[in-house]
Structure formats: C-alpha cells, structure tokens
Design a protein around this ligand. Structure first.
Ligand SMILES: *Cc1c(COP(=O)(O)O)cnc(C)c1O
Length: 421
C-alpha cells in the first residue's frame, strides 16, 4: 500500500456520521420534507403513512424479488473490467445496470412502485419523463400489470427522444406533451403534479428519481438499494472483501447513485463519488452541476439544492445527456454533499463523450451518455490527482446502455472522428 498524500482535503474527510435515513418528516439534515399544495396532502400523507408497511410486507417482498429476478433480469453482473483497470492502475468493476430490462436502472424503481400502487388500490398511473427512460420504464410496468398509464414529457424532449416516445406508445401509454416554459423535464414534472391534483383518488404518481416530497426520496432509494446489496455480495465473492475503496455514480436526480451508495453509507472507509453534469463548463451558464451552482431552495416538493437566480427563479440547466439535465438534486445527495460523506465531481459534455468512447473501445460496452459522466471521473481521480493512490477496488455504476444515445454519438463521430481523443 502506497502512502497517501494530502489525504484529508479530498478523501474521507472526517465527519460525524449522521443518520442517512430521513427522519419521520422526511428530512436528511436540513434537506427534504414535503412542500406540496394542500390539494395533495391526502395523497402524499397516505403514502407517508403506508409505504414502509407495504414495502416491508413479506408478500410484497416476495412479489418484488420475483419480478426483479424473472422480469428485470437481476442480479445484474458485477463485471471486472480488465482493460480499463490496466489503464487506470486500479481494479475496476462495473455494476451492469445497463443489462436490466429496458436498458437502465430505472425499472428497479418502477417495478416497486407499480406493486405499491396496486396495494393502494390505484387504477391509473402518471409519470414525468425527460429523456424518456423513466417514461419507458413506467409504461413497461403498466403494460405488465394492465394499468392505465399517462406520461408527461416536455415537447422539446419529445422531439429529441422520438424513439422513446414510440416505445411508450407501443407499450400502451398515452404521452402528453408539456408545452410550458422550456418544454423539458421540469415542465413535464409540473404537468404531472397538476394531473395528480385533479385525480387525487384513483391515481398514483410514479416519480422517477430520489426527488419529490417525502416519502418519494426514501422510497425510491430503497427500491434502488438492490444495486448496492448485490455489489456487496458480488464483490465479496470476487475479491474477498465486500467493501470497495470507491463507488462512483453519475447524478441527475440521484437514483442510481442512491442505489449504488445505499449499503455503503454507513461504511466511512468507502469513498462515495457522485458525478454531476457540468455541461459546457460550470461557469459557462450551460451546466447542470447542482451542488456547485445551487443554493438552498424548494423544487418539486422538497427542500434541496436548486440552481436558481438571486430572486429564486429556477435556472435552465444544460447537459448533453437528457437524464442529467435537471436543475435540482435529491435531498439525500444535498445532505451527502453538505456533510462531505460523498465527494461531488462534475464532468463536461466533452469529458463524458470521451469517456463513453473509451469504455466502448476498451470494454466492448457502449454506455449511456449519463453513465459516461461517471466514467469521466476515472481520469480525474486516478490519473490527474496523485492523492488517490490507495489500494482497493473501484465500483462504477453502469447505469444504462447507450442505444438511446446513438444519434448523439454519431454526430460527434462526424465532427471529431471515431476515436475522440
Ligand atoms: C435517468 C438516468 C440517469 C439519471 O437519473 P438518476 O436518478 O440520477 O439515476 C442516469 N443514467 C441513466 C442511464 C438514466 O437513464
């Protein structure tokens, strides 16, 4: 084991390990809670009162586990990436969420929430979607269970993500364009909330990340926590230790990261690394690096870090990947940032693209553009920063596959050639 230099200012800053579960009002430290219009009190309160009993019920767990295994395809492999490891002089393992049914981790959550909606007796599902991945994962489980499905999607995103719109429609969902504001994810979310207010009794709202009013952040984190549960078991089998030195994940709202971090939150020797989208650069005005640019505020039902102007107007985010193009971050992550339990990095559009091309060439895996941001951390941590010279394995959450991003990859190959170096 080599000596570690200047250790304290980046890695494992000593912290007083707080509770990483929210309190009964849904607060992680000062972040979280439930800020909703009065018309939604009944729905949200019903969820708050019932969600833990439902998801901890033995019969529920049995159904959930069975669907994860037979329908989603879990456990997903933990793959030792040999050529990537050689390049970064690290043992790098990839948690293959890209191999889940529908191509990303999002279905872990929608399978859980559709079962929960059934237990609550709901007959109608609504959801918001940005890139369309959460919309597809929601439409999929609604088809599976024969439940009506309405997806709100920004009109601009519908144009950018036409194949996912087609998928949702083929799966039987109704896709409604959000035509206000920037016509993207946050506008779709506003429309979904409006729908819920108008249909309080028969409708369940499936939120796609660890955002929204309590209990959504905790509920979604619990459904995604299967990722770190499996990592622990698989890493133990492969290396003899269930604890990696690093777990790295990209962060939009933060659900794949929450799932990958979950069972390591109370293991302070595991360095958690969250990678946000810096877009064209943090100071370019075209970015989605919420922890770097955001301030305390309330967005979509919870208190968190939000990109906003001095008078509280939400700033339009930018990222090449639609899944990271969000001006907020889940309250758990705001708390992990503030307490320094996780290290927050950011990667630009170009850095993420470059990393995606590298993974494709070195490992034969084309990752989603979102996931490219997580891979971009390797260079920052292990080539540029000589403080990071510890033993131990590195786990990257490979949140999704790149098929949906092929047109972006094709465009960049036309501009820069096929190696992108
Ligand atoms: C949606 C998505 C993300 C971002 O969402 P999180 O809630 O932050 O996980 C990341 N990767 C992929 C492949 C996605 O589809």
């Amino acid at each position: 084991m080599q000596q570690v230099k200047n250790h304290d200012d980046v890695v494992n800053k000593p912290i007083d390990l707080p509770q990483f579960s929210p309190d009964e009002r849904g607060y992680y430290g000062t972040f979280g809670g439930s800020f909703i219009p009065e018309m939604l009190y009944r729905n949200v309160e019903e969820l708050q009162l019932k969600y833990l009993d439902i998801i901890n019920d033995v019969q529920f767990k049995k159904e959930y586990d069975q669907l994860l295994r037979d329908y989603v395809g879990r456990p997903t492999p933990l793959y030792f990436a040999e050529r990537l490891s050689k390049k970064y002089s690290r043992k790098i393992f990839l948690k293959r969420e890209d191999l889940c049914h529908t191509g990303a981790h999002k279905i872990n959550n929608t399978v859980g929430q559709i079962l929960l909606a059934q237990k609550l007796g709901k007959k109608r599902i609504i959801a918001e979607t940005g890139a369309g991945q959460h919309g597809v994962a929601t439409a999929t489980v609604c088809a599976l269970k024969g439940i009506e499905c309405i997806i709100y999607m920004g009109e601009k995103d519908m144009g950018r993500q036409a194949p996912n719109v087609a998928r949702m429609k083929m799966l039987g969902a109704k896709v409604i364009p959000a035509t206000s504001g920037s016509k993207t994810l946050k506008d779709a979310t506003n429309e979904a909330i409006r729908d819920w207010i108008n249909h309080p009794d028969d409708t369940h709202y499936i939120i796609g990340s660890v955002v929204g009013p309590h209990p959504y952040p905790d509920m979604v984190a619990r459904f995604q926590s299967i990722i770190s549960k499996e990592i622990k078991e698989q890493l133990k089998q492969k290396t003899g230790s269930e604890l990696p030195a690093y777990v790295i994940a990209c962060v939009g709202g933060g659900s794949n990261a929450a799932g990958a971090f979950y069972h390591f939150l109370d293991e302070p020797q595991v360095q958690l690394v969250a990678v946000e989208a810096a877009g064209k650069g943090i100071d370019s005005g075209l970015s989605a690096a919420t922890t770097q640019l955001g301030r305390d505020g309330i967005l979509h039902g919870s208190r968190s870090l939000v990109m906003q102007t001095s008078d509280g107007q939400v700033i339009e985010p930018h990222s090449i990947s639609a899944g990271l193009d969000y001006p907020g971050i889940g309250p758990l992550h705001a708390h992990l940032y503030k307490t320094k339990r996780a290290l927050f990095l950011s990667a630009t559009d170009d850095e993420a693209l470059k990393a995606s091309f590298e993974v494709a060439k070195l490992e034969g895996i084309i990752p989603a553009l979102e996931t490219g941001h997580a891979f971009a951390a390797l260079e920052k941590l292990f080539l540029k920063d000589d403080r990071m010279v510890e033993d131990g394995s590195v786990v990257i959450c490979l949140s999704g596959r790149g098929d949906k991003d092929l047109s972006a990859y094709m465009k960049i190959m036309e501009e820069k050639g096929e190696t992108f170096t």
